[in-house]
Design a binder for this molecule. Sequence first.
Ligand code: F6R
Length: 364
Amino acid sequence: EKAGHKHFMSKEIAEQPTVISEALNFYMSEDGGSVVLPDPDIDFTQYDRIVMVACGTAFYACFTAKYWFEQIAKIPVEVDIASEFRYREAPISPRTLAIYVSQSGETADTLAALRYTAGKAASILTVTNSSESSMARESDMSLPILAGVEVGVASTKAFSCQLTVLLMLALKAAQDRGALSDEDVKTQLTHLRSLPGLLNVALEQSDAIANVAAQLAESSDILFLGRGAMYPLALEGALKLKEISYIHAEGYASGELKHGPIALVDQHTPIIVLAPRDKLFEKTVSNMQEVMARGGKVLLISDEQGLKEASDGVWQSIQMPTVPDALAPILYAVPAQLLAYHTAVAKGTDVDQPRNLAKSVTVE
Ligand code: F6R
């Protein structure tokens, strides 16, 4: 049942190109020119604001999608974790689309948050891996992520499928609102078509990542840095690492480092920098150089051009294929997951069933 893998988690990481292909086929028109949603269709001209709520890894998928919805579709997005949102009595204006993201569709806090917005928001949409779940049933619309059963407690393929569906949704929003021309939507969809192949290339770095991970396993604290849509991924990378390897890890926005966390950096601190060669690259590199100047050991994950420009003096580097900007968070999820996985394997922890954690959190 693990299809030759030692753990469900590694099987599920490896399945990502396949399940993402399925999600792409499901949401793309046959001519590849537009995004098609199952009935009932969502008309994004009806909303002037989106609120996205979830827990844990699903929350980081929402946080990433905020960048896409705002940059691509020009619609303002608020994101929050469900356990805060449900109690903070947020005013919900009537032209709000409320989006809930949940692998299980049964997470107690997310379901309670959904119920809070029922009757207040214009529409409630759930993005889930479980079409029969409570959240799917209580929503106006529900979109499947088509990840297939995820057994490992640490979410991997559900995360990347959530991201894929949310990116397609952002493109649909851009299409409806005229924020992108038909031609530009088509170009973005062509890029998405290349994603499964790029993910396969990223997966080929597994052995190189295992070598670095064997050294990370000796650390007691690890930092993850990213800017733009790579910031939520830094948070996700840190969560994944701590939940299965039990090593303390924190994700920070690169620009926030000098406001406090840099005090943590010494020669024992590995700092994982997630930085494709995009328009924010130089800013991130300057933050990276600040930690190197304080003795920090940097693992730079970037593409060919990024490594050429900035790998001088770094401790380790991992090369990702070059990708269009919008796809980077989905692609870079792979090395983040593999780092957590191989570090946990090196430490000998229970990868698929980490201590104190449950797959579905149906109590508050
Ligand atoms: C982390 C992880 C959790 C879940 C969270 C929400 O790897 O799996 O953080 O993402 O408990 O669960 P769902 O998506 O079922 O609502």
